[in-house]
Design a protein around this ligand. Structure first.
Ligand SMILES: C[S@@+](CC[C@H](N)C(=O)[O-])C[C@H]1O[C@@H](n2cnc3c(N)ncnc32)[C@H](O)[C@@H]1O
Length: 199
């Protein structure tokens, strides 16, 4: 067993995310995860659904951790990370499910804009994009703890911070994506589901 980086929140939120995830996997197998972090979600979901083919990705500095989780899992349906910075090159491939957890509040606005610009090229008409994390609504925090978290994020890195749902919705529309569901999650998080607008 490798001594791997560990995220407690991944263990705490995975079953709640799974309840929604499960509603979208029928007939869908291939997954691209953006910002896999430690790789815990990738390993957990791949262990739960043997038919999934889960491609991890992240900035290069997280690849070692993700790879360690994958190797220790012994699973053969979760794949070594590819380098994916939302501002750079994306895979020239389409996936059934695009998944990203706790990423857009870490990213700068520019990185999020590019995320929404490039994501649709990795989607086909029946793909879904599941985006988990904290969001603001009408410019307001949904809780005191999210307000404190946002302050902490900005002190750490002034370009990061909790993003507005309405802004994300606009970015999605500009890229041909509609937010079709907004699920409430524990600890003042949400799980947003995006689909391609029928053209
Ligand atoms: C708070 S961690 C979340 C990790 C994991 N998804 C989770 O839920 O624990 C944020 C992740 O976003 C990634 N990230 C930050 N900026 C990014 C960018 N521009 N493109 C892709 N990933 C990025 C980080 O490397 C990190 O893995």
């Amino acid at each position: 067993m490798t001594n791997k980086p560990y995220s407690e929140s991944c263990d705490q939120n995975r079953e709640f995310i799974q309840q929604v995830f499960e509603q979208y996997i029928d007939g869908r197998n291939t997954v691209l995860e953006i910002g896999s972090g430690t790789g815990q979600h990738a390993v957990y979901f791949s262990s739960q659904y043997a038919d999934l083919l889960w491609q991890t990705s992240d900035l290069i500095e997280n690849h070692q951790a993700i790879q360690a989780w994958i190797v220790d899992s012994g699973l053969d349906n979760v794949f070594s990370p590819i380098e994916l910075d939302s501002r750079g090159d994306w895979p020239e491939q389409q996936y059934d499910i695009l998944y990203s957890s706790n990423t857009v509040h870490i990213m700068s606005s520019d990185a999020v804009e590019q995320f929404f610009n490039k994501l649709p090229f990795c989607m086909h008409q029946n793909s879904v994009f599941l985006l988990y994390g904290p969001f603001n609504y009408d410019g307001r925090y949904t809780s005191e703890s999210n307000a404190r978290f946002d302050l902490w994020l900005k002190q750490r890195d002034p370009v990061s911070g909790i993003k507005n749902f309405e802004w994300l919705k606009d970015l999605g529309r500009q890229s041909g994506l509609e937010c079709t569901e907004d699920f409430e999650m524990p600890a003042n998080n949400r799980l947003l589901v995006w689909e391609k607008i029928n053209s």
